[in-house]
Design a protein around this ligand. Structure first.
Ligand SMILES: [Zn+2]
Length: 570
């Protein structure tokens, strides 16, 4: 009895005793060899498979005699040489497994074929691939959902060794181009900043499947038009109020219905309507700029001052000289000039034939030469005489410059003082309670408010009534309410509005009329796009704002997909 029991082999040990690790290797080999059948390879039992720490290396070779040439399609069985390829597999029973695969390089026997040798294609990976398709799928899946560094760590826990930069490389390859997709015919389009104020990207989303269809590296341009052209099934495109998008879409096809976004339209109205109301309330805290004379004006003042230089007798002579000249230019005769100025005609004659150099003093001549330069400097924003002297770089003595700018300084001192008082008053106004922007906006679109200041505004500015009515009507029209006016009625009403900002807004609506009318009639809007853009920004920031457009495109297009989804071929 006892001896019989002893001879019976136990389930795991099959006759001879094996250590635990060898047992595991045996089991792994069993599982892998089953898998290998679908890959058309065979494990080599003779080869050793050492287990270095956690890593298990298996040896295998390809099966089948004849291989089809990828160039001409003719089968061949002539082997040129053998190569060993190292391919990383998924983990088996908690062990990181690497396959050393002996593959063949074949000779194409077809004389007309352009290829002489070729490597036999493998079912488990693509040409030059170092991972099986399954491992690649896992790398993509992890890299799409998190940062590359984190993905590398997560994959290491799955016994797949890959660096962070290799993860990025996988994504870059994936997002190189926009994939070929089918749309439902109803799409939206919006942009987001890649580098605020410098670079923008554009995204197109399907309204029904809610999937990101395409991501572009620019905001407007030919590539977007081309994409729209290549999808003739598209009937409706929603967008914000940008005219550039309008032209991009209509360049693709005139048949596409463009719908302007209601939220953006209301925002445009807010921008145009709140500021003027603020100004009417005296709330606009904008400093007035200090005035500067134009070049000609400054020149006139300087000339006047130059003539005033010197003693009384000299001044009189200069004045006569210029008056005589002026009257002569007007076409007066010598006798008439003499009578008008109350001097002898002989003196007039003398003045007419006199040379300018003899009339003006040395200082006046010097000032006359520099007058144009001075006027230019003053116009450029420099009204202090000492600074003008510096700018003239010592060409004219300081005293002469001061004398030339006397009347100009006096005139502008008064004007600048007014501005100074105004700006100072603005600074002090901050202490008074002002009406908030949101309160004004609510008043504009509903016509109701609890703010006493706003209610009082009607007494001083009766035109406010009409502005409010125009804005309320626009809101009603946009939301397609029962008592809403038609587009023509509203445009006429807004065109007659006393505020120029509202008239400008009406002009903008008139230009984009078709899209606005459709926005009033349909329920399409750009809300989905705003959400997508928000997601794009979150992805961008998770990569420290340094993602290349390809990586961003890959993450936006594929990160929402479930495990096992087929990626677009790259
Ligand atoms: Zn061939």
């Amino acid at each position: 009895m006892n001896s019989k029991k002893r001879n019976r082999p136990s389930a795991g040990h099959k006759g001879t005793k094996k250590s635990g690790i060898t047992q595991v290797i045996g089991q792994i080999k069993q599982v892998v060899s089953k898998k290998c059948r679908s890959w058309h390879i065979v494990l080599d039992p003779s080869e050793e498979s050492p287990l270095n720490g956690e890593c298990l290396t298996l040896y295998a070779h390809t099966t089948g005699k004849r291989v089809v040439c990828p160039c001409c399609g003719k089968p061949t069985s002539t082997v040129h040489s053998y190569r060993l390829r190292k391919i990383q597999c998924t983990e088996w029973l908690g062990h990181h497994t690497t396959l050393i695969l002996k593959t063949r390089h074949m000779v194409c026997t077809n004389k007309d074929c352009g290829k002489k040798f070729f490597a036999e294609p493998l079912a488990m990976t693509h040409p030059y691939g170092r991972h099986t398709h399954e491992v690649e799928e896992r790398i993509r899946h992890e890299a799409l959902c998190q940062t590359a560094r984190k993905a590398s760590e997560t994959l290491a826990m799955q016994h797949i060794q890959i660096s962070a930069s290799a993860c990025i490389r996988v994504l870059r390859l994936l997002g190189r181009v926009n994939p070929e997709v089918r749309t439902s015919g109803f799409v939206g389009l919006d942009d987001f900043a890649k580098w605020k104020g410098h670079k923008y990207m554009c995204v197109i989303v399907d309204h029904y499947t809610r999937e990101v269809l395409a991501v572009f590296d620019s905001r407007y341009g030919q590539e977007i038009t081309d994409w729209l052209k290549s999808h003739p099934e598209i009937k409706v495109v929603t967008r914000d109020g940008s005219q550039s998008y309008a032209s991009v879409i209509s360049a693709a096809s005139e048949l596409i219905m463009q719908i302007s976004d209601r939220f953006h339209l209301m925002q445009a109205l807010k921008r145009d309507a709140v500021e003027p109301i603020k100004a009417l309330l005296g709330q606009r805290k904008q400093n007035t700029a200090y005035p500067y004379p134009s070049e000609d004006e400054a020149y006139r003042y300087i000339l006047g001052d130059i003539c005033e230089m010197g003693d009384a007798k000299h001044r009189d002579r200069v004045k006569t000289y210029y008056e005589v000249r002026r009257l002569k230019d007007e076409g007066k005769t010598i006798a008439e000039t003499a009578r008008l100025l109350g001097i002898k005609s002989q003196k007039v004659y003398k003045a007419l034939n006199m040379d300018t150099s003899k009339v003006l003093s040395t200082e006046q001549k010097l000032a006359m030469k520099a007058a144009r330069d001075m006027a230019r400097i003053i116009n450029a924003g420099c009204i202090t005489p000492s600074t003008v002297v510096k700018r003239l770089e010592g060409k004219v003595p300081s005293s002469i410059v001061h004398r030339c700018m006397r009347s100009l300084s006096e005139r502008y001192k008064v004007l600048r003082e007014e501005v100074r008082i105004h700006n100072k008053a603005l600074g002090e106004q901050k202490k008074t309670i002002s009406v908030r922007e949101s309160t004004i906006w609510k008043y504009i679109v509903t016509g109701e408010t609890t703010s006493k200041k706003l209610l009082k505004l009607h007494e001083t500015h009766p035109e406010v009534e009409q502005v409010i009515l125009t804005c309320i009507n626009f809101r009603k029209m946009l939301h397609d309410e029962d008592d809403a006016p038609t587009m023509d009625e509203w445009l006429n009403e807004a065109g007659a509005c006393p505020l120029k900002e509202i008239r400008g807004f009406a002009e903008y609506i008139r230009k984009d009329r078709k899209a606005v009318e459709l926005a009033c009639q349909t329920s399409f809007n750009n809300g989905l796009l705003e959400g997508t853009v928000n997601k794009a920004k979150a992805i961008k920031r998770s990569m420290f704002n340094r993602a290349k457009p390809e990586v961003l495109r890959a993450k936006m297009l594929y990160s929402g997909l479930k495990w096992g989804w087929n990626y677009h071929p790259n």
